[in-house]
Design a protein around this ligand. Structure first.
Ligand SMILES: [Zn+2]
Length: 150
């Protein structure tokens, strides 16, 4: 499996739902990130879906499994995919996926029929926290690659 790691350019559509999905990135062959809980403001989910297999994972930041995973990706993973499309543009995401014409990123990924996998998502969450720390710093008057996702 390819472990593609690169940063496509965000398209700044102005439609990113940052409160719902504070962090989304395409990295390590996955769409991955942090999704707010719909019901509990204190809770977030750390989720990913693999681009080549459709395998997925979702758990809270305290490493509890997401109750929405019942043999298929939960709403957090769907929200993450939607936000990746907003962040990078459907065309870029489809190109990365190598999707058939007429597919959307969502139909392509769900069509892979991946299964739930266990993986350490702490690295995703700690990178998010690291980036959050940067938002509190005084901004230099130049491009900051680490803030590309925001
Ligand atoms: Zn979930």
């Amino acid at each position: 499996m390819s472990r593609l790691s690169f940063l496509p350019s965000p398209v700044f559509s102005g439609k990113r739902a940052v409160k719902k999905v504070p962090f989304v990135e395409i990295r390590e062959g996955r769409i991955q990130g942090v999704v707010s809980s719909g019901s509990d403001i204190e809770r977030v989910y750390v989720s990913f879906i693999e681009l080549s297999t459709g395998h997925y994972s979702c758990s809270t930041n305290n490493n509890r499994p997401c109750g929405g995973l019942r043999g298929s990706p939960c709403k957090h993973i769907c929200e993450l995919v939607e936000e990746a499309v907003e962040e990078y543009g459907e065309e870029s995401v489809l190109a990365i996926l190598g999707a058939e014409p007429g597919a959307t990123a969502m139909t392509h990924l769900m069509g892979l029929k991946g299964t739930q996998v266990k993986d350490n998502v702490a690295v995703i969450f700690s990178r998010f926290l690291d980036y959050l720390r940067l938002t509190a710093l005084r901004a230099p008057q130049r491009f900051v690659p680490e803030m590309n996702w925001f």
